[in-house]
Design a protein around this ligand. Sequence first.
Ligand code: HEM
Length: 498
Amino acid sequence: MSDKNKITTNSGCPVGKGQYENSQTVGERGPVLIQDFFLHEKLAQFNRERIPERIVHAKGAGAFGKFVVTNDISNYSRAKIFSEIGKETKMFARFSTVGGEKGSADTERDPRGFALKFYTEDGNWDLVGNNTPVFFIKDAKKFPDFIHTQKRDPRTNCKSPTMMWDFWSHNPESLHQVLILMSDRGTPDGFRHMHGFGSHTFSMVNDKNERVYVKFHSRTNQGIKNFEGPEAESYRGVDPDHSQRDLVEAIDKGDFPRWTMYIQVMTEQQIKDYPWNPFDVTKVWSQKEYPLIEVGYFELNKIPENYFRDVEQAAFSPSNVVDGIGFSPDKMLQGRIFAYPDAQRYRIGSNYQDLPVNACPFMVNNYHRDGALKFTDNGGSSQNYFPNSFDGNHTSEEYEGKPYQLDSDTVNYFDRNHGLKGDDDHYSQPGVLFDKVMDDKAKQNTINNIVSSMSGIEGDKKDEIILRQLCHWFRVSPHLGLGVAKGLEVDISSFMPK
Ligand code: HEM
């Protein structure tokens, strides 16, 4: 008779009385026998419990849910996920902080990751964004340097405002994102109360093979809720897992969070006419000129039964696109297409896409085979090469993409305009955000947060870094520059030409 509560070893051998907790010894007092294989199995399994944490976005929470189409956008995209109003697609979401380790506090000042995986019948589509519409840098080659400044100082092993502000002050393209980070949106009160953005420009192709460019916005139906600076700081001690707990508690009691998804659209001609580079992830598109078009909503309604299995092993990647949704020339996006699968092969293993949370629940059919921990049928006895005379498999004309036209020189472009004009104008958009979008309270809180953070700059380059960053703040907005200078007690008259 089967007894499902019987404890066994990993090979299925029932564990005898006393054997689970007590080592096999010579006599009551030991020593321990090397033949106690179950002791080895327990200790060895335990030693291997951790996989490398994500190099960024290590701390996060995830949930399953559904995406529902509410508006017909088939004139822009032939992606099957958008094919009819009312269509439901199963999905998985993971929210995260960026710079902290797996055990860090949820209320750190940081952007929040906003990663979505949609299980569509044409493959998994991942929209791996943040809670901000822009990013700190616009070229993937800067990413390792930038992230080093957000992690720990190599000697003190502490976070270092000096490294952060040194990097930012040398890279004024970061101003737009840094300003948002320093506002109260840098410390959201849980994951349910923030918007999500695809951030990059993506493309869509319809069934007539016509291309448009799009940005994705997911607006929270719970309303925006942020901590103010001091409150966020104290919450690090009160409940470091605040956002994780908030998500679990809401979903467990049936209060399912929802976001409405929109797109902004530019035609190929509008892309050519836009005054800034429309593929630059440090810039937004005007919502007045390119209004939000509703697409659908998503609702998160199930916390995974096992965090490690589904959240820790989740592998999102901007390279997971589907027919009808594609890339753009955005340099950051192009770099990310390489970085994520590479990180995941290292972090989880080469067959990471077979794991339940990552696997396409529809068809996967190709000639990739073998590798560590291949636990699916691995193609069984079928052919493992293509083309072949046996299996009848084929590629499909209907999935052929629309060609891009390129006519340019190869170049390692760098900013010759000192951040001041054209594609390199890093000041106008943050200026509008501070002067026109923020109300007085938001402005003051932002200034306070900047002052609090910049006060941590130290060392013999302190004055140089502060001055360089202050010049950027003044260029963004004199009100902002003055506020920060006052808060830092910098006498700006000493910098004026005599
Ligand atoms: C070129 C610049 C970037 C590089 C090289 C990069 C690289 C990475 C890597 C290696 C991971 C860990 C992946 C894993 O182990 O599963 C990651 C995670 C993540 N990145 Fe980036 N990243 C970049 C820019 C961005 C941008 C611009 C955004 C948002 C707009 C973003 C959002 C995320 C999110 C949300 C995650 C966590 C995904 C999850 O929840 O598992 N990253 N990034």
